[in-house]
Design a protein around this ligand. Structure first.
Ligand SMILES: [Fe+2]
Length: 296
């Protein structure tokens, strides 16, 4: 399908970025990225200079997500759409753009509270991506870093931001009862062939973290299995063991990071084709699996 936008990078803030290095580097198996903002550590999963930015600070959450436009025209269209529906765009400084390794950056506050940085021209790394932990590499070409799922009480406003502001389209949604009288609703949004680049979960009340999880997608199914073994050996919580989602059909598992949010490592999701005619309700998260394996 036509690609206009994709995730460039995700910004995480924790008091000490080095505390997440064993997790991202050895458990998940990302590769150190190139230098960006002072005091930050960066990680990559492809040939781009940086895909995950861990900066020092008190938030203990995702604090920004970079959305990359496919070119200057796509960038201008996205800016105009956001502006036209009433969102205030702030032009980033040259220093902002340099730290993010992009050509240009504008940022905008989102209804769910994680700043979106609309960018163009994310820099290539000076060396090709290579990882002994992911010999097959990651699926990012034309679909971006991965996907991110945020939890919000501002569900309808966030939906409007993504669809009317950024021009994402809804892929499908899940409504299911997770406990007696408690409904969970999650909406999934695409902006390229990836089934969803952003999803929103409707929170009944304000939760300590906005980021529920970030997903990276491998090119080889066995690389998910090897990552699962590393997660198991790490002793970290595995709130969702291996399984296959019902809607995007991804084979994956979820491990809890030391900062609290989850990381999903997956393979083989279905892709979006145009015209998309499968925007429908699902009543289950998974076709099989994704059971809590080890939780505190
Ligand atoms: Fe996911």
């Amino acid at each position: 399908m036509h690609r206009e936008l994709e995730i460039a990078y995700l910004g995480i803030e924790v008091p000490d970025p080095t505390t997440l290095s064993p997790f991202f580097g050895e458990v998940i198996g990302l590769v150190p990225g190139e230098a960006g903002a002072p005091g930050s550590l960066t990680w990559r999963n492809d040939n781009k200079a940086q895909r995950l930015i861990v900066q020092p600070g008190p938030a203990n959450d995702a604090v920004f997500v970079g959305i990359e436009a496919a070119g200057q025209a796509a960038f201008d269209r996205a800016c105009k759409r956001l502006h036209d529906v009433g969102y205030e765009l702030v032009e980033g400084t040259e220093s902002d753009a340099a730290q993010r390794r992009v050509g240009r950056l504008v940022h905008v506050a989102t209804p769910w509270g994680t700043r979106v940085e609309l960018v163009v021209g994310l820099a290539e790394a000076t060396t090709p991506f290579e990882s002994s932990l992911f010999p097959g590499g990651f699926l990012t070409d034309g679909v971006g870093f991965g996907h991110v799922v945020f939890v919000t009480t501002a569900f309808d406003e966030s939906h409007r931001f993504l669809t009317e502001g950024l021009g994402f389209a809804q892929s499908d949604w899940i409504e299911m009862q997770i406990a007696e009288g408690i409904e969970l609703e999650v909406r999934f949004y695409h902006c390229n062939a990836r089934h969803h680049t952003v999803a929103l979960a409707h929170a009944p009340f304000e939760l300590p973290q906005k980021l529920h999880h970030v997903m990276v997608e491998t090119n080889e199914r066995d690389d998910v299995g090897a990552a699962f073994d590393r997660a198991w050996d790490s002793g970290l919580e595995i709130p969702m063991g291996l399984g296959r989602h019902d809607n995007d059909r991804m084979f994956s598992f979820y491990v809890k990071s030391p900062a609290g949010f989850l990381v999903e490592v997956g393979y083989g999701a279905r892709t979006i084709t145009e015209p998309w005619s499968d925007n429908r309700r699902y009543d289950a998260m998974s076709a099989w699996g994704h059971k809590p394996l080890r939780v505190a």
